[in-house]
Design a protein around this ligand. Structure first.
Ligand SMILES: *[C@@H]1O[C@H](CO)[C@@H](O)[C@H](O)[C@H]1NC(C)=O
Ligand SMILES: *[C@@H]1O[C@H](CO)[C@@H](O)[C@H](O)[C@H]1NC(C)=O
Ligand SMILES: *[C@@H]1O[C@H](CO)[C@@H](O)[C@H](O)[C@H]1NC(C)=O
Ligand SMILES: *[C@@H]1O[C@H](CO)[C@@H](O)[C@H](O)[C@H]1NC(C)=O
Length: 186
């Protein structure tokens, strides 16, 4: 009898937690129970502005013998602080910023090593981060990058990010990239 009562109490408090988490979830996120954890899928757009005023990335290091006729010579390392918004429109609501580095890490094709923190500023995710580290083969239409950790709501996170270029301007080199990030976290 006591066992059944405990089960009912646990179940109802669990339901309350889940529904309150859902009601606070911003429009660009979807969170569902996943065993003892939660599965959260975030969807947003990343704006890399190379020729903006100011630009959102900066070349910070390059080998002495860099091939200057290549658009991103092997060994070039950049630091970025890119806006993340709810839609591809750069003036749409800011959900966070992607801060980190990317470098040209292959001699043959255009592929990057990318390490960044997605720091969110919206709703329940304000102040929480998701950390990404991995290879980004920017010439492939769809890329997968590993989620290696997080903080705040996303403490102990693991998961993956799917990146798909939404637009790339060959003149300005500015890019808008759609990100769908699937995260498993407590
Ligand atoms: C330098 O880069 C250009 C453009 O990608 C390429 O055609 C050329 O072969 C490269 N030169 C060397 C020495 O790698
Ligand atoms: C996010 O948190 C910061 C620091 O606590 C606060 O100043 C800001 O108003 C918050 N933003 C939103 C949208 O809640
Ligand atoms: C691409 O960038 C160039 C240079 O900034 C700009 O003049 C042009 O309008 C852009 N094209 C598109 C389709 O946005
Ligand atoms: C991202 O998620 C949206 C909504 O579920 C979907 O329409 C889109 O195809 C996804 N993009 C990728 C690259 O998976």
């Amino acid at each position: 009898m006591l066992g059944l009562f405990t089960l009912v109490v646990l179940t109802s408090s669990y339901l309350v937690n889940v529904s309150s988490a859902n009601s606070n979830t911003p429009s660009w996120a979807k969170t569902t129970p996943y065993g003892h954890e939660r599965k959260t899928v975030l969807q947003f757009y990343f704006h890399d502005i190379v020729t903006g005023d100011p630009p959102s990335n900066a070349l910070i290091a390059q080998p002495k013998d860099a091939n200057q006729s290549a658009s991103m010579p092997f060994g070039s390392l950049f630091m970025m602080d890119d806006a993340l918004t709810v839609s591809p429109d750069p003036s749409s609501m800011l959900v966070g910023r992607a801060q980190g580095f990317f470098g040209s890490a292959t001699q043959e094709e255009s592929s990057l090593i990318m390490g960044m923190s997605f720091g969110f500023v919206d709703g329940v995710y304000n102040g929480s981060t998701v950390v990404i580290l991995g290879r980004n083969s920017i010439m492939n239409p769809i890329r997968e990058l590993p989620v290696v950790g997080g903080t705040g709501v996303f403490r102990m996170a693991r998961g993956y990010a799917i990146a798909q270029t939404y637009s790339f301007n060959l003149t300005s080199l500015n890019a808008i990239v759609g990100y769908n990030v699937t995260i498993f976290h407590p």
